[in-house]
Design a protein around this ligand. Structure first.
Ligand code: PEP
Ligand code: CO
Length: 458
């Protein structure tokens, strides 16, 4: 990381700038081997076109504002880490397909609009609990996401390469281009998505449990048709807004893509519509919050068991001093056994300060463990369990459970245990392809959506 030259010698704090974070401690940054190469990459990225526009980010803030007020529900989903190696049009299509299928079920369950946000087109960097890992008798640097190094378990593969920042940008451009084509070009047709859901319900024993929900959606579509609403011609029924997001981890990358909006003069990180900080980088005086505080995108923060109520209120003040609805999403991730100890106190503290936030549940990251075969995994039942508690606690306190945040793929992977096909520990090795955390496969993800719809309807 190269250090910014101070812009002011006086005691007056310098105004925020995309590089202000350089004056703070930045956790989880790679040690780039060559500062000159990093500077060149930074200059190149700074000159490339933005991936998203400020106006789109403002649109998403308004949509999330509805979720903070109990008038919408958010589905944020995608890979733990996108991969340079597994990058195909079919893979993107299948992931989008699952998310859209889930969104239809959730829309019906909530009776409200569902804001669809992908962990996609930029989710290439990973924070690690240990900077090194043991491979055989060697200790090598940890994998930090394809934006930084390679996942191959070899010393040379783990050397950070700044050219990967440009490759991540390029893959994000291509991904976003395809997403825009799919979501506006007919792939998101409501009747079609519903037909896929009916297939899921009809072709599995577990799925049959959800027949009444599928039948309810079917009746709603027939009702609209009978009222003279043309289901194939109506734009709102075959186009959707789909937003991108990722963890703003590698600040060299995020800074280089931050641009001043010509309309408002405000700064936006144009690498994605929404950015979040992770559990390991949400230090109040750290570089990541300094960066997020100055951009005008909607932002999020993961919140785990170690966060005190004061920390979380201070985080709200720091990231959303003007209390703009939709600006801040708190993504809680405690684990099924810990959520009852933590969520009520945080809801009470943030509510009593009157901060508008979207409360989102990440039922994945507090429920990870290592199976006997050595793979990281999660139990579908623990994921459901944390979600059930999330909805119950919000109901008890009178706050709105505003959304869910999950790791999934459209591929038929065997990374999480249980769910529709009841994947067992001994079967994890069958198709375990994630480069980081275990993801729900397409059928497990749909199973989850139907169960959340039940929780929303209760
Ligand atoms: C993640 O979302 O992949 C992640 C690393 O989460 P957390 O920061 O909550 O651990
Ligand atoms: Co993850």
């Amino acid at each position: 990381m190269y250090v910014a030259t101070p812009t002011s010698a006086s005691d007056v704090p310098a105004p925020w700038a995309p590089d202000s974070w350089r004056t703070r401690d930045a956790a989880q940054q790679p040690t780039w081997p060559d500062d000159g190469a990093l500077k060149q990459v930074h200059a190149r990225l700074s000159s490339l076109p933005p991936l998203v526009f400020a106006g789109e980010a403002r649109h998403l803030t308004r949509a999330l504002g509805q979720a903070s007020a109990g008038q919408a529900f958010v589905l944020q989903a995608g890979d733990c880490a996108e991969s340079f190696a597994e990058f195909t049009a079919d893979g993107i299509r299948d992931k989008l397909k699952v998310i859209l299928q889930m969104a239809v079920v959730l829309t019906y369950g909530a009776g409200l609009p569902v804001v669809k946000v992908g962990r996609i087109a930029g989710q290439f960097a990973k924070p690690r609990s240990s900077p090194t890992e043991q491979v055989g008798d060697q200790v090598i640097d940890s994998f930090r996401g394809h934006m930084v190094n390679d996942d191959l378990p070899e010393r040379s593969a783990r050397v950070p390469d700044p050219n990967r920042l440009v490759a991540a940008y390029e893959q994000s451009v291509a991904t976003l281009n395809l997403l825009r084509a799919f979501t506006k070009g007919g792939f998101a047709d409501l009747s079609q998505i519903h037909a896929w859901n009916q297939q899921f319900v009809a072709t599995s024993n577990e799925g049959r449990r959800f027949e009444d929900i599928a039948e309810g959606i079917d009746r709603a579509l027939r009702f609209m048709d009978a009222c003279g609403i043309n289901l194939t011609a109506e734009d709102t029924l075959h186009q959707v807004d789909f937003w991108t997001s990722h963890e703003a981890l590698i600040l060299d990358y995020e800074e280089a893509l931050t641009r001043r909006d010509s309309l408002t003069g405000d700064w936006y990180d144009c690498s994605a519509h929404m950015l979040w900080v992770g559990e390991r980088t949400r230090q109040l005086d750290g570089a990541h919050l300094e960066f997020l505080a100055g951009i005008h995108n909607p932002v999020g923060s993961k919140v785990g068991p170690s966060a005190t109520s004061d920390d979380v209120v201070a985080l709200c003040e720091r990231l959303n001093p003007q209390r703009i609805p939709g600006r801040l999403t708190l993504i809680t991730r405690f684990g099924v056994d810990a959520i009852d100890d933590h969520l009520p106190r945080l809801l009470a503290a943030v509510e009593s300060e009157g901060h508008p936030v979207v409360w989102m549940c990440d039922p994945m990251h507090g429920n990870t463990f290592t199976a006997e075969g050595g793979q990281k995994t999660r139990r579908f039942d623990d994921i459901i369990g944390e979600l059930q508690s999330f909805f119950r606690i919000h109901r008890e306190i009178g706050t709105w459970p505003g959304g869910v945040h999950v790791e999934l793929t459209g591929d038929d992977v065997t990374e999480c245990l249980g769910g529709v096909e009841d994947i067992l520990e001994g079967q994890l090795g069958r198709n375990y392809t994630t480069t980081c955390d275990p993801r729900l496969n397409g059928r497990q993800a749909l199973d989850l959506a139907f169960r959340i719809a039940e929780l929303l309807r209760n």
